[in-house]
Design a protein around this ligand. Structure first.
Ligand code: PLP
Length: 489
């Protein structure tokens, strides 16, 4: 092997790495909106490598070519910056990971890194699997993890079926997540990590992150938080001591609804009893270079660039939709056909005070409009109809503006009945643990004018008084004869 040949690349790589590190440091000093907009993509890179394009590159290419065997060898042993093969890395994915790392680490001294994944579920699996290693000295030793029961339906299934039933990894369930002694009573020597989702989907559970992080670290294990519903524009768990954050980038971070995406963001030097210094030093980078390279749950460049483009406006969007959601929640609260409304922004919500200690519109103190820290609570809420399952479906079926879909985070308002959709598979017992009832409707408010959403809710609720809502629809969709969808009476 011609070492001199490779040396040329190694020296160039050292200079490039230094340049990128310095640039990242510069960007870390910018305000949130500036980071969200530019991420780690610079004008210098655009001019030198991307034909000056003001938008990050999208290479829908499987792989990268090398100048010679020296460069290839250096690249494939991760000695020089490379993206080599799109399962492992790709320029669009690189910029998405760069911006998410900075946004989750915003306002904190902690250095962060990120790996994007094909979905939020892949992010959760990738984040927990490295902690569920069989102890080679005691291969029969039981393993467990301690996690809240109020989690997204997919997470519930992953934990209960894929981990507990199929792999014999016990899910020790925290039912009252604000009760620190309940968390602690479930931890033992075989506990690998603590996990929680806040605010939870759909019932908006919340717990004191700082206290749970301290508890995890007391036992030498990491705290993993699913922060999808809040996004880094409202809450950054790493700042409060969490080790790892998972995001379903599909949701509020990407508003357009063009694709599924996920991400894991970790602080440097996480806490874990697993004896793997490389993993603990930089968890997300370790995942990227090793386990996820081998397991392959990685995002496509197209989905990465679409997500990246949406993330630029996250702060202003979450402010807008949070304010609208507050209005909608207040309307529902005083409505005679509503049994209860779960929204952390409502003063009478039992977790309002706790959530208010954590959930702020990032940088509102530097915003001319506010000039102080203001609380914002996101755009997910759930409410229970004063009625049974059938009446709940009647109200749901009467929506004309709010879309019936198992989705959230969209620019358009969407609603679902969790008991028959997102949380149907976990069964009655599992739903009880997650506080989901047959009369619960989950609503995620979009950027429409809130008055129009309130009007839609109001007319839909009137079906409980025997009023019928007649919606006229065209006989055919607008797609023309060849692609029309026939109307069913
Ligand atoms: C949707 C969702 C997930 C799963 O994300 P996908 O991108 O759909 O795989 C995980 N956590 C929460 C809180 C979610 O809402």
């Amino acid at each position: 092997m011609n070492h001199n040949g490779m040396n040329r690349y190694l020296m160039a790589a050292a200079r490039a790495n230094q340049w990128h590190q310095d640039y990242r440091k510069q960007m870390k000093k910018c305000r949130f909106d500036t980071i969200a907009t530019h991420g780690i993509y610079s004008m210098q890179e655009a001019l030198d490598f991307n034909q000056g394009s003001i938008i990050e590159p999208t290479y829908l290419s499987t792989s990268q070519a090398y100048r010679d065997s020296d460069e290839m060898e250096a690249a494939l042993s991760y000695k020089i910056p490379t993206w080599c093969y799109s399962r492992i890395a790709n320029p669009s994915i690189y910029y998405l990971e760069g911006v998410l790392a900075l946004l989750e680490g915003y306002g904190s001294e902690a250095e962060t890194s990120c790996i994007a994944t094909s979905s939020g579920m892949a992010a959760i699996q990738s984040a927990i699997d490295p902690f569920l290693l069989v102890d080679q000295k005691q291969p029969q030793a039981p393993m467990n993890f301690v996690a809240t029961t109020q989690v997204y339906g997919g997470t519930f299934q992953q934990f209960s079926i894929r981990k507990s039933c199929e792999r014999n990894v016990e899910w020790r369930k925290v039912v009252h997540s604000t009760d620190l002694s309940e968390w602690e009573s479930l931890i033992d020597d075989n506990t690998r990590f603590l996990y929680g989702e806040i605010p939870s989907n759909p019932c908006l559970a919340f717990f004191d992150i700082k206290k749970v992080a301290r508890l995890a670290h007391k036992y030498g294990i990491p705290l993993i938080i699913d922060s999808t519903v809040a996004t880094p524009a409202l809450l950054r768990p790493i700042e409060h001591g969490a080790d790892i954050v998972v995001q379903s980038v599909t949701k509020t971070l990407s508003t357009s609804g063009f694709g599924i995406a996920g991400a894991i963001i970790s602080r440097k030097n996480i806490v874990s009893k697993i004896d793997n210094p490389e993993m603990k030093a930089d968890f997300a980078t370790y995942l990227k270079l090793l386990p996820n390279r081998d397991n392959g749950p990685n995002i496509s460049p197209m989905n990465a660039i679409l997500a990246l483009n949406d993330i630029r406006t996250i702060r202003m969007r979450i402010d807008n939709v949070s304010r609208s959601t507050m209005k909608v929640a207040q309307f529902l609260m005083q409505h005679k056909h509503i049994e209860k409304v779960d929204y952390l922004g409502l003063k009478n919500h039992p977790l309002h005070q706790l959530a208010s200690d954590y959930m702020f519109l990032v940088d509102s103190e530097y915003d001319d409009q506010y000039g102080e820290r203001v609380n914002r609570y996101g755009h997910l809420l759930s409410f229970n109809i004063n009625g049974n399952a059938k009446q709940t479906r009647d109200v749901f079926d009467a929506f004309t503006r709010i879309w019936r879909a198992t989705d959230l985070g969209r620019i358009k308002s969407v609603a679902t009945i969790p008991a028959i959709s997102t949380h149907s598979q976990q069964g009655e017992e599992g739903r009880k643990l997650a506080c989901i009832e047959a009369n619960t409707i989950r609503l995620c408010v979009g950027v429409e004018h809130p008055d129009d959403i309130i009007a839609d809710l109001s007319q839909a609720l009137s079906v409980l008084e025997g009023k019928t809502v007649k919606v006229s629809a065209p006989e055919y969709s607008a797609g023309g004869a060849s692609s029309a969808r026939l109307r069913i009476e």
